[in-house]
Design a protein around this ligand. Structure first.
Ligand SMILES: [Zn+2]
Length: 125
């Protein structure tokens, strides 16, 4: 895969025995974009670590911690193959559009309805 691809996946939101169809827009990162995301994350982490250098006293702990955690965080970010961009999913009980707050595409997704406060399960169809 040479370019990142945006997919629209069909999903089903369910609560108890009620269900409603919907779609989720997902970006599948190519290898080059994964590396770019990793480099961007590394720069952000090292920037925060650099700022910590100027905090008296705390820099003895924060700077080594930042230097140790940066490769771990970069590795975790670069491994993420997909990300949820947007969704068109509604609550099966009250039919209000659901906001999917998670960006990880790991099914089943669990989201709370902002209106009826039920925990809605979202699964691919
Ligand atoms: Zn609801």
């Amino acid at each position: 895969m040479t370019h990142s691809i945006i997919h629209t996946r069909s999903v089903l939101s369910t609560f108890s025995e009620a269900s409603a169809p919907g779609t989720v827009e997902v970006i599948e990162f190519c290898q080059g974009d994964r590396v770019k995301r990793g480099v961007s994350t590394a720069l952000k982490c090292l920037g925060v670590t650099l700022v910590c250098l100027f905090i008296p006293g705390a820099h003895f702990i924060l700077v080594p911690l930042g230097l140790l955690l940066t490769p771990v965080i970069v590795f975790m970010v670069a491994r993420i193959p997909t990300k949820i961009l947007s969704s068109n999913v509604s609550c099966p009980k009250c039919c209000v559009p659901l906001a999917i707050l998670s960006t990880k595409e790991r099914y089943p997704l669990y989201e709370n309805c902002s209106t009826c406060h039920r925990e809605i399960t979202i699964v691919p169809t």
